[in-house]
Design a protein around this ligand. Structure first.
Ligand code: ZN
Length: 259
């Protein structure tokens, strides 16, 4: 790729080579995909772990997901089934769809993206493994994507992060809080979704009972993007166009943190 690389460095210095053929333009695009750092993509060199909550077949594997695991501050189920809208759109499917959309955006911006599950037709992984995947990837940021099963008359989103916990999140809690604020701000601006009316404060919530956050050695947050049990939120969450807006907003929040 050295010929293309030298062209690209020239482009970055301000020189505009004559690119009259589609093949030449395609070569530059291919180079950008292969070498994002060289191409100057904004998230080049960054690793983001995306954790779509639950899994589509968890309900078929209750023995496996009910197994208790050490969540750092307590023992709790390996995983859970999640919620769904009144029309039966499952949270597991929703989380996975938003995660794939977010992954596509972040990769296009140069990030290395790791997903904690790559289908919606299995069970798990356990919350312990969801955290471990982000740790092993040496992620610069990690985000769990969920939608809530809250009271039907409550709506809105909130972003959860863990407090400093000795031997667990002590070193990452401050960064996780910054990530939470960046994601909160971008999500509100990009989607217009209100702050949750029934949980948290200004769409932020500090919790020490979530294993996926407690066991993370990298900055990590969990977003409840809306309330699936609320009719107004459900209409939005069921819209593919809205989910794309959510993914774009999440990408902007993550990029703000990484920037
Ligand atoms: Zn959930």
């Amino acid at each position: 790729m050295s010929d293309d690389a030298s062209v690209l460095r020239s482009v970055r210095r301000g020189y505009r080579p004559p690119m009259r053929t589609p093949a030449a333009a395609a070569a530059i695009v291919a180079l950008a995909l292969a070498c994002p750092a060289l191409a100057g993509l904004p998230l080049a060199g960054k690793t983001v772990t995306i954790d779509p909550g639950h899994n589509g077949d968890n309900y078929l594997h209750t023995a496996e997901i009910d197994r208790l695991v050490n969540a750092g501050t307590l023992w709790k189920a390996c995983d859970t089934t999640g919620t769904e809208t009144d029309s039966g759109y499952t949270e597991a499917a929703y989380n996975f769809d938003v995660a794939l959309r977010l992954a596509r955006i972040l990769r296009a911006e140069g990030a290395r993206v790791v997903l904690t599950r790559t289908t919606n037709t299995g069970w798990g992984p356990c919350i312990t493994e969801r955290a471990a995947i982000g740790n092993r990837a040496h992620s610069n940021a990690a985000i769990s994507i969920h939608a809530d099963g809250g009271p039907p008359d409550g709506r809105g989103f909130d972003v959860i992060y863990a407090p400093p916990i000795a031997h667990l999140t002590a070193d990452t809690a401050a960064a996780s809080k910054r990530l939470a604020v960046d994601v909160r701000n971008a999500f509100a601006a990009g989607t217009g979704e209100p702050y949750a009316t029934y949980v948290g404060t200004d769409a932020l919530d500090v919790r020490s009972d979530l294993g996926g956050l407690n066991l993370s050695k990298v900055p990590k947050v969990l977003i409840e993007t809306g309330n699936m049990r609320n009719a107004t939120d459900a209409v939005r969450l069921e819209s593919a166009a809205y989910r794309q807006r959510e993914a774009e907003a999440l990408a902007r929040g993550i990029a703000a943190f990484l920037g």
